[in-house]
Design a protein around this ligand. Sequence first.
Ligand code: ADP
Length: 380
Amino acid sequence: MSAPGTRVFVVNSGSSSIKYQLVDVATEEAILSGLVERIGEPGGDAADHVDGMRRVLAELGDAATGLVAVGHRVVHGGEAFTAPTVVTDAVIEQIEQVSMLAPLHNPANLAGIRAAMAVLPDVPHVAVFDTAFHQTMAPAAYTYAIDREVAREHGVRRYGFHGTSHAFVAGRAAEHLGVPLEQLKLIVLHLGNGASITAIDGGRSIDTSMGLTPLQGLVMGTRSGDLDPAVLLHLHRQAGMSVDELDALLNKRSGLLGLSGSADMRDVTKAADEGDRDAALALDVWAHRIRHYVGAYLAQLGGLDAVVFTAGVGENSPQLRALALAGLEFLGLEVDPEVNAARSRAARTISPEGAGVAVLVVPTNEELSIARQAAALAGA
Ligand code: ADP
């Protein structure tokens, strides 16, 4: 058992669920974790978020005494939040103000914050934003070329997401390479259900594939990623699709699911291996899009020390890592088939010895990252 002074309670609150983890920042271990589901639904785990949080605390029991901090994942910090922030009434109000940019996520995150503050009033609560890491992007990288008044009034610009993961993985990559992060040019591929790619120069995000929302960029489990915005106009005018129908189409019925019938990469690769043409095309589109961004970010960075794979697909699929970089050997980018195929949970190099650019696999750990940032801010 560790001293209680190193424990952080990490909360990821959704509209009908609370995911939680108790993290020891000294040992970097998750002491316990769990999920309260179907909040507010008949037969669900809890009547509301406060009820859910009470149940979680009962579950934690003695383990919840002497917490250093509670760390809350918040999806959208807009331009207001560039770093983790201790939650006050004013901060809650600001998070509410940026809710227009993430109407599904921020209110749900706030419900978790309010509930946790109600049941743990004496512990510092820290909000950690998915967007914060990308606030270092230059105007040229985050500005969409639309009418500037409209953009300003409605907060329309690129924000980027998965920042907690990209920052954590970049730090771990530097440790693994034994080179200060400040000296590295990195491309991090966070390939999970949601997927994004970030160009990181000297530890700062200079460009990232997600935009105003997490819909832009790579081909994801159910999200389309990039498309011509006129596709929306066309489908509205020609197919009579409403805004809600278009939202559902692009966020829930596109990506791998739309192309192949399954959002799960394991199903898609298996189907493709068995000769399914749609699945094979889905993989080709997925990889083509990744290479498009790798090339673009190489140009933005003006050099490259390492490409880093992380999240569900990036950590677990040698086949898809190889496919993502196929044809880029001329840039010094390649994977060693044997090392790539080896299973491991550690940060590791999978490029051949002497390769021009290192290719790494670095497991992400967003909960640990949130816990560390919350503990640092709480002065632990
Ligand atoms: P989330 O965005 O929900 O956190 P994860 O990072 O857990 O997602 O990644 C989930 C994705 O990882 C799923 O598409 C799953 O199929 C994929 N995945 C997990 N293991 C493998 C594997 N061995 N091969 C291919 N894909 C995998």
